[in-house]
Design a protein around this ligand. Structure first.
Ligand code: ADP
Ligand code: MG
Length: 697
């Protein structure tokens, strides 16, 4: 086995390989493109293509693919071989700059939200040199953006890159005002912590609900759930440890810096966290991580569940989006720093984030909205649907003192700057963690905790980057004419003013409590409880203005995405309803009937042959028959409701109908079925129980 440092990134066309394989001038030109987003000349592209192909072929690749992220939330790929036929029946392995830079997949079946009429259905893919190419399964993977011929974004990468650029532009301008004139670039960084479940593959295959919907639609609670909290950070079972070991290696080869792994709160639940990277690379890596998690699980006779709520009554899975901004000179802009000047700068960027979260809380909320995540948010296992910011006591104290022009020093680590500065001086905040907050400051970064486990982290970061870019843009216009000697006072006033306007979004208390829901409403914070409630905010005029001002989305793109999101929600629930109908009609009710028949038959024998009373069996049969009748009636209703939903033409109306009518019926069916399940022997049940699924690995 290779040593880890050699294995790490061995399948990536990274900087080291580029330096080795590319002529010096070509390498320099490519670096310039990567770092400054400049246009790549065709002769450079040609030279890069040749080097990439040689490296890929040396490493066993026969094909290349433009890898992209359509609006499905998954990644897409279409493979072409390097083979070019020559005279005499021979072939050469060929790859041109044109093929590297632009692809034309006939990818007309991806959702476009009406952006592409079928006659102009073709989109094209464009190389994104800021995310390194890699080899997987014998193909060279080239990360690309996916657009329509008229230039509209059809994917999740294009707007993300646009949002990073918007933030870069505004942040650099503000930094220059604050005296950081050597900074030429600011990039956002992300470290996504990924939760997942592992179940036995053979058991998985016996559950139609897991196969079709990723979650169980039926299933009574096992005698033991997560109440003992013995799984969290518990020792790894050998099969899980072997899986994680393999997973780490596969990820490391692809240059994905998997760093920590541990058991999570729920039985069979685990987590993986990488070291953070620039947002674009982190998003690509997270997509790959999810894919490889599933692939490696398969090899180990396991199935990896990335659904937000695979098991009712057991914690679901989320994804924590750790986020910060850093300069090309190596500064983390959310690090409070050590000197008063660093503190000042930190406060400006901190306030930019707080303002952004307050003003665009609805967008942040909808960026994590999905049918799966609706099961988690506000269910006392994940943050509420109300978006608020946790700062911790120390920072809150600092902001209080600015707001009230008071000295402060409640906390030992906090110091007042005794110089002329009008802003307080403090050191890195190390306060407690608050697990109930959706958006928490954690010392030198923010952690956005509302994301669902299966979500592409692209969307939330697009919102975050753009909203913070908007705050910074406004800060710049306030500060741009201030002279350097007045800057400190001006910043102080700006910070104070921002605190006054936006402190309503700061909340350090228990986000799971009922009091917070009441309090948040008093403060005027939005509480968008479900996906159909959240999504329409996408097309609210203030949000369209934000995205169009910063050129992240055109208004047409926003409408198309809104439609895709709604449609996706409806489709997900449609599949769930149909799956439940099938499972109950074809499997569960017959099993219930079979058990009832068995008892009735034995009752008859007992009575006839032995003349014994069958009171107890009679009670059981009555119970089971009652459940049968209840379920039967509810299933008829679900069937009829599903047909009604199918007939709807307005997606919002349909989504709302699913949320308000169909989901409650599905839950009622489940409640009765789960109660009945507890009475039915395992060998008659048509699917493996929660006990088996959660405790057999
Ligand atoms: P913990 O939350 O257990 O204290 P860390 O603070 O080390 O762990 O980080 C959790 C996640 O946050 C990791 O994925 C880490 O890489 C990421 N992270 C750390 N610093 C930053 C940063 N500046 N920007 C984005 N993500 C970061
Ligand atoms: Mg975390």
């Amino acid at each position: 086995m290779k040593r880890i440092p050699e294995m790490y990134g061995s399948l990536v066309f990274n900087d080291k390989v580029m330096r080795e394989k590319l002529p010096k001038d070509i390498y320099k030109a490519l670096r310039k493109t990567i770092e400054n987003n400049t246009h790549l000349e065709l002769d450079v592209a040609n030279a890069v293509a040749v080097a990439m192909k040689e490296w890929a072929v040396e490493n066993g690749a026969t094909h290349f693919t433009h890898w992209f992220q359509p609006m499905t939330g998954f990644t897409a790929e279409k493979h072409d071989s390097f083979i070019t036929p020559m005279e005499g029946g021979q072939v050469i392995m060929d790859f041109s700059g044109k093929e590297l830079v632009k692809g034309e997949p006939d990818a007309s079946s991806f959702p476009s939200g009406g952006l592409r009429a079928t006659f102009e259905a073709r989109g094209y893919t464009a190389w994104d040199p800021t995310s390194p190419a890699f080899i997987k399964d014998g193909s060279l993977y080239i990360p690309t953006a996916f657009c329509s011929y008229s230039g509209e974004a059809l994917d999740k990468k294009t707007p993300l890159l646009r949002s990073m650029e918007a933030l870069n532009k505004e942040a650099v301008k503000v930094l220059h005002l604050l005296g950081q004139t050597d900074v030429t670039g600011v990039t956002t960084t992300v470290g996504p912590e990924q939760e997942y479940f592992l179940v036995d593959k053979e058991l998985y295959k016996q559950r139609k609900d897991l196969i079709f919907t990723g979650r169980t639609l039926l299933g009574a609670m096992p005698p033991k759930g997560q109440e003992m909290e013995d799984h969290y950070f518990g020792s790894l079972k050998p099969r899980v440890a072997a899986y994680m070991h393999d997973l780490d290696e596969e990820l490391w080869k692809l240059g994905i810096p998997a760093k920590t792994k541990h058991n999570e709160v729920a039985p069979a639940q685990h987590e993986l966290a990488p070291v953070f990277d620039t947002t674009n690379v982190a998003v690509d890596h997270n997509q790959l991580t999810m894919e490889i998690m599933k692939k490696v699980a398969d090899k180990h006779g396991l199935t990896c569940l990335l659904h937000e709520k695979p098991f009712a009554g057991i914690n679901g899975s989320g994804k924590h989006n750790n986020w910060s901004m850093s300069t090309n000179t190596g500064m983390n802009l959310l690090d409070p720093g050590r000197t008063p000047a660093e503190n000042t700068q930190f406060l400006v960027f901190l306030m930019a984030v707080i303002k952004a979260v307050d003003e665009y809380a609805d967008l942040l909320r909808l960026s994590v909205a999905s049918a799966g995540n609706d099961h988690r948010l506000g269910a006392n296992e994940a943050p509420p649907a109300i978006i608020s910011v946790f700062l911790g006591d120390e920072l809150t104290d600092v902001l209080d003192s600015i707001e009230n022009d008071t000295f402060f020093g409640k906390h030992a680590k906090v110091q007042m700057d005794i110089g002329a500065s009008v802003l307080p001086h403090f050191f890195k905040d190390n306060t407690d963690r608050n697990r109930t907050s959706p958006f928490a400051f954690t010392g030198n970064k923010f952690e956005f905790r509302s994301l669902g486990s299966s979500l592409s982290v692209s969307g939330p970061n697009i919102v975050l980057n753009t909203a913070v870019a908007e705050s910074l843009k406004q800060f710049y216009s306030i500060l741009k004419d201030v002279t350097p000697q007045d800057m400190e006072t001006a910043v102080h006033d700006l910070v104070k003013d921002t605190i006054l306007k936006h402190k309503k979004v700061i909340f350090n208390g228990n986000g799971y409590s009922d009091e917070w829901v009441v309090e948040a409403e008093k403060r005027g914070l939005p509480n968008l409880k479900s996906t159909p409630e959240a999504l329409p905010r996408f097309i609210a005029p203030k949000n369209i203005k934000l995205f169009t001002d910063h050129q992240i989305f055109t208004e047409t793109e926003i409408h198309s995405r809104y439609e895709i999101l709604l449609e996706n929600y409806c489709k997900t629930l449609h599949i769930e309803a149909k799956t439940l109908l099938e499972m109950v009609r074809k499997d569960f009710l017959p099993a219930l009937m079979k058990y009832t028949d068995t008892i009735t038959a034995s009752m008859a024998a007992k009575k006839q042959v032995l003349g014994l009373s069958c009171d107890v069996e009679g009670k059981l049969v009555t119970k089971l028959s009652g459940y049968y009748a209840d379920i039967y009636e509810l299933i008829e209703k679900l069937d009829a409701d599903t047909i009604t939903a199918e007939g709807m033409t307005d997606f919002l109306e349909e989504a709302t109908y699913y949320h308000e009518i169909i989901i409650p019926t599905m839950e009622m069916i489940r409640n009765v079925a789960d109660t009945a399940e507890e009475l039915i022997p395992d060998d008659i049940l048509p699917y493996p129980t929660y006990t088996k699924l959660l405790f057999s690995v």
